[in-house]
Design a protein around this ligand. Sequence first.
Ligand code: GRG
Length: 285
Amino acid sequence: MTIDAYLKSWRAEVDRTLDATLPPASAPPKVIHEAMRYAVLGGGKRIRPILAIAAAEACGADIEALLVPFSALELIHTYSLVHDDLPALDNDDLRRGRKTTHVVFGEAIGILTGDALLTEAFVWLARWTTNVRAIEEVAVAIDSKGMIGGQVADLEGGSTLEQLEFIHRNKTAKLITASVMLGGLLADAPAPALEALRRYGQAIGLAFQIVDDLLDIGKTSEELGKTAGKDVAQGKLTYPSLIGVTAARKRADELLQEAVANAAKIGGSVNYLAEIARYICERQS
Ligand code: GRG
């Protein structure tokens, strides 16, 4: 199967799982469930659940029973987007080609939608797995020393490559790494495979953000489905602004090679991890 077909078919499975497992829009109070469904079901690449699927598959697991806990990663990711778009943070009105959640439902419901998605994610994880260690892996990735810490460091700004790497490793790479690890842990992978998965996740996590920085300057809002050119407009510290476009691309390519080498260590009769890493580094949106 080509990587495009692989991503498309798992994206459809994740979408189906999200739709079937999220509370129905009719559940009272209706507005919060409508908003949760609006935020989650409005597109998105679903790359975090697909990374968990690919990792678990490479480690020999049967994916069907794991689709709900893997889809919980998308709830966490969507919560971060909904909150990041709020007026107090990025104040954005475009996401996934549509109006942001707070623009449609109001700021109070926007805040509560993020809270509800984060909580719902841990309900799914706790209800559909018995592996507390795996749940901890996800929680730690997004705590104040993880994704939230990265967001705070981003707000504080900075001027050095060290500060930039701190922001990206925490804000973006930790949830991506935890996604890969969740796949390995729920597949009961042995320690050497988990170590390779962690290195793979860290490499693609950072590469993902470098590519995101490059897309922000190279694409239009229409192509990205979110406001383009924001980094420059806000004077943000990014890879291209700090080291230039050519060096940023080179760094992403080095990280891709590191990811591919670690993907190969895992083996597996079906292993799409290297191709997903390539997709992340070559994506156009
Ligand atoms: C909890 C407020 C809060 C923030 C945490 C993750 C984050 C920090 C903020 C979200 C905005 C942002 C720029 C995140 C960096 C990671 C990133 C590039 C997200 C976009 O992810 P994609 O490309 O989006 O996977 P889709 O729409 O495809 O799901």
